[in-house]
Structures are given as C-alpha cells and as structure tokens.
Write a protein that binds this ligand. Structure first.
Ligand code: MFK
Length: 662
C-alpha cells in the first residue's frame, strides 16, 4: 500500500473511534443525511464497548469535529458512489467534425454548389446533434407496439409508434431527405447532396433511415416506370417537403418461404377486378416499417381458371395504399410484430393480405425486374447506414479517448489505442468514398449524364458496396464498443444498440452470398462489360497517384492486385457463372478492396490532399487486395474442396450420415 493508501486507512481508523454523541456540524445537509446512519451505527457499537466522556473532552470533540468535516472528503465515506464520474462521450456536429467528408466535397462539387451544400450540411449537422440524435434514442427506448383489438373487441391492428418516430417523419419531410434527390436543384450533384445529408442523419435517426430508404426506392421505381395514374399522387406524397403531405413507403417482398429466392418463394396472388384494379391475397413475412402509407409488393396474377404462373416470370409489381381515407387498413391484417435482434425501433410485421386493393404498375411478369430499381436504392441506403454508423461510433470513441484516463493518461495518449482507432477510421474512410462514388454515379444516371461505363459501374458497385460495407460496419462497431471498455456493453449508455442494429445490414436487402451472386448476374447480363468498366475506372484512378513518391508502394500493390484479378477473371470467368459461383464472395470482396483502394489513392493524389489522406491510402493497401487469387492458389474453388467443405460442416451430423447412406 502506498503513502496515500496508508493515510486513508489511518483516517478511516480515526473515524471509527468517533463517539456516538459527536455533533456533526458542518458539511452539506444532503450528504450528512446519507452519512449519519452509518456513523451512528459505528458509534453505537463503540458506545456499547463502554467509552465514556472524560475531562478535556470538549476540546477533543472539537478536534474530532474538525477532523470529521475533513473526513467527509474521503472517497466512498461520504456517499455510496464515490466522487469520480466518467464524463460521457458526446457527438459533435457530424459535418463540421468530418474533415474527410469536407475534403471530398471540396474536391468534387462545383464551387457554387459546394457553397450552398456546405451551409446546408453545417446547419443540418447542428440539428442532428440538437434534435435528431435524442429523438433516435427515444425511438430505441419506446419501441412500437401492436394493438390488435380495441376495448370493444373489434379488430383494429393499430401499430402504435412513439411521438419521436412521428417527429422524425416530419423532420425527414422538412429536410427534404427524399425530395432532394428528385428536385435535382444541383443537377447531377443532387444525389451527392442528399446522400451526404443521409450520411449525417442515419446513425442518429433511430432507424427512421429504414422507411426513408424504401420511400426513396418507391419514388425511384415510380419515376422509372412513369409518373401517371394513381402513381402521380403517390409520387407527389413521397417527394413532398410538407410534413402533412409526406408519405413513407414499404417494400413487401419476403414471404414465409424466404426473401432471397423471391421468384420461387412468392405465393401471393392477385385477382383482377372489373375496374382494372386487383385484390391481393397472401402472407408477407417481413414487412419493414409497416406504419408506412403505401407499399410496393409482388404477386402472381390469377387467370380466369384460378391458375398462376410459377417462378420469377409469374411475378408482377403492385402498388397499394396501406389504409383507406378513414384510416382503416386496406384488406390487411397485422398478425404480429417481429421479435428482432436489433432495429426494434422499426415496426416490422407479419401481414395477411386478404383482398388488399392494389394497382398493377409493371408489365405482367416483369415484377422482379421492375422492383430491382427499388433494390438498388435501398441497397445504397444500406451502404449509407453502414458508413454512417461507423462514423458515429468512431466519433464517440475519439471523444471518449480524450476524456477517459487509464494508467495515468488519456486513452488518446496510448499509441496502441490510437492504432486500433486508426484502423477503424481507415475502414470508414474507404467505405465513405465508395458510398460517394455510387452517389456520384447515380446522380449522373438520373440526369442523363452517365456514360455507358458509369451505368455499368453503378450496377456492379451497388451490390459490391452493400455486401462489403455491411461487414465492415459490424467489425468496426464491435471494435468500437471495446473502445469504451465495459461501458460499451451497457445498454443504458446507448452504445450496444449500434451493434445489434448493424447485424441487419448484412442480412436485409440481400445477404452477402445473394449479393455476391448478384455481382455475377451483373457481369453475365453485361456480357462481361461491367468488369471491363471496373478495370478501366480502377486503373485510371490508380494512375493518378503513380507519380507521388509517398504512394509508390501502395500503387505497386494495387497494380499487382489488379493484374492478379484480371488473370483470375480470364481463367475462371471463361468457365461461366457456374465456374465462378464458389469464388463469388471472395471475388466480390476483391472488387470492393481494389475499387476502394483506387478511390483512396485518387483522393490522396488530388491537389491539397492532407498527409492523413496519403496515410489512409497507404494503410488500406497493406491488406490482401486480391483475396480471390489467394484463395484460388490454396485450391479453395476446386470441386473436391467444395465436397470437403460439406464434410467439415456436417461431420458427426445425422444429415451427412443420411446422405452417405443414400
Ligand atoms: C438502411 C436500409 C434500410 C433498408 C430497409 C429495407 C427493408 C426491407 C426489408 C426487405 O424487404 S428484405 C428482402 C429484400 N429482398 C431482396 O433483397 C431480394 C434478394 N434476392 C435477390 O436480389 C435475388 O437475386 C433476386 C430476387 C433478384 C433473384 O430473382 P430472379 O428472378 O431469380 O432474378 P433474375 O431472373 O436473374 O432477374 C430477373 C430480372 O431482374 C432480370 O432482368 P431482365 O428480365 O430484364 O433480364 C435481371 O437483370 C433483373 N435484376 C435482378 N437483380 C437486379 C436486376 N436488375 C438490376 N439490379 C439488380 N440488382
């Protein structure tokens, strides 16, 4: 025990000799109130041992009193909880505190657009801190509930959401979080503006980002199909800035048989009515944000004999309003709300469609192809959420590191802690540039300014980014929670929810493997041209950095990875999609790492780049940039290895024994 400890023990020892009658005259009344019973307890024990007043005791008592008041400063003696309280981490303005984001916008936006957009983002960033972040937390603390019956036994299926959720809807309209993309006031840069705003917003939004993703997706589908008939009104609502008019949309695709193989799993049928509308009958197993005003959904049209066409080609796309003018559900019964690991803020439900009145909005049998536009947008929102939550946990972590002391210094002064956080930040920066690249390409496409290469890249990079950033987000948030020690595991800090919520990012809107196969689909559909576009774009960006000394080795590593990928693609790609299937995930990861590396190099090579931009590119390029070649070299894609994979998974399981017997 050190001298401080010894002194403490002495002083505590002194207190224990205080007589019962010792008047305690100083100190804060509240604190004394807490302490008195403890002193009295001790003193009672002493008194029983026969301690008596003696001559000169008055002076002694005064001395004791003096000591007593000093003793009140002893940790844990005055209060039950001690005197140290860790200052809590806080988020700052997510725009002003993001130098990397500002650097990106400065490098890309025309100066007039930059000026206006920066002002808007600074203002909006302040609103995120002052208002949106706490509303998001309220949504987490007050999850939605389902009231199925009213007091008089009537079925009402009312989804109750908290006031904060409703307020977030109003704010989304006021801020034009969907509208911005369709008004196009900054032409092709409108998407970058909108997505940057969503990037500041998503992680603080209590998952209101989810209905907004689907709302944006629905608006995109409608715009693509043509804004006419009942869709005209819907489009006006979806893209309104007026909170009283603003609608959100659902995306009801998943049924009991599953949400991946939509073509085989959709059982919902549509019966045409005399007026040309349809009535839908089916069961939707996972409908996010079921409090939405409208939805897009898939169903099979029944012919006059009651027959439907199976498979993907039997699916058509329908639009329906969820409630009628009186607010009654439109042929929909809410069976129950889903019990989810995270995203509990979002009212996700199981729904029975029992004669829901709907409008067919795609050609018959073109349901999947038509809803694909919605998937593109919701997948981009998914990327946005992934990057946004990474940013939030890192921002909180770095604030905490400047307030938390351990082993004699702030966490930020421990190099190992900073190394950990820097690795997280490299992931966030890479993911951010990939998000912005997709936003840029989408903006070009929507204003008819995209080249064929831009269009192919957008198609290819969307699933690549969705699958890769979802994994990054889970890893970064998990690491991020560790940065707070045990507090990162405590629900009432509001930190663990980020990890629970992040797990969905790799699941909904297509799992990692489904999206890896979608990457192959984009190559097949474009007859390999999407990959040609990829190589030419990535190579062009890497070349921009080739004359910068500090980036020399990063450029070399990138060029080597691109060559390896080209060789791999020629070798394995010639075998067709089935030959590629086993490599699909590693292939997609490779595309993500190479393209992100190219973006980081381009960013680091621009005039005015900072030394941290250069360092970020260097760090990114130290990892295996071509995992698909590495895995191929180890034989991972040989057919016999595939069979070994199955044996490895099922060893000891009756499933494999059953297979062997057959
Ligand atoms: C923060 C974010 C919040 C987001 C919240 C959203 C909550 C909503 C929750 C959900 O609904 S989760 C469920 C979401 N479900 C999916 O994401 C579906 C996953 N499965 C797939 O993506 C499958 O790959 C797919 C259903 C598309 C497979 O269907 P098919 O019918 O076997 O596909 P096929 O035959 O290859 O393609 C049919 C057409 O669609 C083709 O066009 P064509 O007929 O003109 O040739 C394809 O090119 C086109 N297509 C398919 N995927 C496409 C696409 N077009 C563009 N982009 C794509 N990704």
């Amino acid at each position: 025990m050190g001298p401080r400890g010894a002194a403490l023990r002495l002083r505590i020892g002194f207190i224990s000799h205080l007589p019962m009658w010792s008047p305690v005259t100083s100190g804060h009344p509240m604190i004394l109130g807490c302490l008195l019973p403890r002193f009295q307890e001790r003193c009672w024990a002493l008194s029983c041992r026969g301690i008596k007043r003696i001559a000169g005791q008055r002076e002694q008592t005064e001395a004791w009193d003096k000591h007593t008041s000093e003793e009140l400063k002893v940790p844990f003696a005055r209060t039950a909880t001690g005197t140290f309280f860790q200052e809590q981490p806080k988020i700052g303005n997510p725009y002003l505190e993001d130098a990397f984001l500002q650097g990106y916008l400065k490098a890309h936006l025309p100066s007039k657009v930059l000026e206006e957009v920066s002002l808007d983002l600074e203002r909006f960033g302040a609103r995120v801190v002052a208002e949106i972040d706490s509303l998001g937390r309220e949504c987490e603390l007050n999850p939605p509930a389902l009231q199925q019956y009213n007091a008089w036994g009537q079925r009402v299926d009312h989804i109750i959401t908290c006031p904060a959720w409703k307020r977030l809807k109003e704010i989304a309209a006021e801020e034009g979080l969907v509208a911005e993309a369709y008004e196009r006031r900054y032409a092709n840069w409108s998407r970058v503006h909108q997505i940057t705003k969503l990037y500041l917003y998503a992680a603080s939004s209590g998952l209101f980002s989810c209905p907004l993703a689907m709302t944006d997706g629905a608006a995109k589908v409608i715009e693509t199909l043509g804004i006419s008939g009942p869709l005209e009104k819907a489009f006006g609502h979806l893209t309104s800035r007026d909170p009283r008019k603003f609608w959100t949309s659902g995306q009801w695709m998943t049924e009991r048989r599953g949400g991946s193989d939509v073509g085989c799993s959709t059982e919902t049928v549509a019966r045409e009515q005399a007026d040309g509308t349809y009535c839908l009958y089916g069961f939707k197993w996972f409908t996010s944000a079921t409090d939405a005003d409208m939805t897009l959904t898939l169903a099979r049209i029944m012919d006059v004999h009651g027959e439907v066409e199976q498979g993907s080609r039997g699916l058509s796309l329908f639009f329906m309003e969820v409630r009628d003018k009186e607010g009654k559900l439109n042929g929909v019964e809410v069976q129950r709300l889903k019990e989810k690991l995270g995203t509990r803020q979002v009212p996700t439900a199981e729904l029975l469609l029992d004669g829901a009145k709907a409008h067919r909005i795609s050609a018959e049998g073109r349901g999947v192809a038509s809803i694909a536009n919605m998937l593109t947008i919701t997948r981009i929102h998914n990327v946005n959420s992934s990057v946004s939550v990474m940013k939030r946990i890192i921002n909180l972590g770095r604030d905490y590191a400047s307030k938390r002391v351990a082993f004699g210094k702030f966490l930020k002064d421990h190099p190992l802690h900073m190394q950990t956080m820097a690795r997280m930040e490299v992931q966030r920066r890479g993911a951010f540039l990939l998000l912005m690249e997709i936003a840029r390409l989408l903006g070009l496409e929507e204003t008819s300014m995209a080249s064929e290469r831009d269009r192919l890249l957008l198609r290819l990079l969307t699933p690549v980014a969705k699958l890769y950033t979802g994994k990054q987000a889970i890893a970064v948030i998990s690491e991020g929670l560790e940065c707070f020690g045990g507090q990162g595991y405590m629900e009432d800090t509001g930190l663990p929810v980020a990890l629970r919520d992040a797990q969905v990012l790799t699941i909904w809107e297509g799992t990692t493997n489904i999206l890896s196969l979608d990457v192959l689909r984009s190559l097949t559909k474009s007859q390999g041209q999407a990959l040609v576009a990829f190589f030419s774009a990535a190579q062009g960006k890497v070349e921009l950095a080739s004359n910068i000394k500090d980036l020399e080795s990063a450029v070399q590593r990138m060029q080597s990875a691109i060559s390896k990928l080209e060789e791999f693609s020629q070798r394995v790609g010639s075998k067709g999609p089935s030959g590629m299937e086993l490599a699909a995930r590693d292939f997609a990861y490779t595309l993500a790492r190479i393209y992100t590396g190219a973006l980081l190099l381009e960013h680091a090579a621009r005039p005015g780049a900072s030394f941290t931009d250069i360092f970020t590119a260097q760090r990114w390029c130290t990892q295996d940039l071509c995992p698909v070649a590495t895995e191929e070299a180890t034989g991972s894609y040989n057919p016999e290895v595939a069979s070994l994979d199955t044996s490895l998974v099922y060893e000891g399981s009756p499933v494999l024994e059953g297979c062997n017997q057959n």
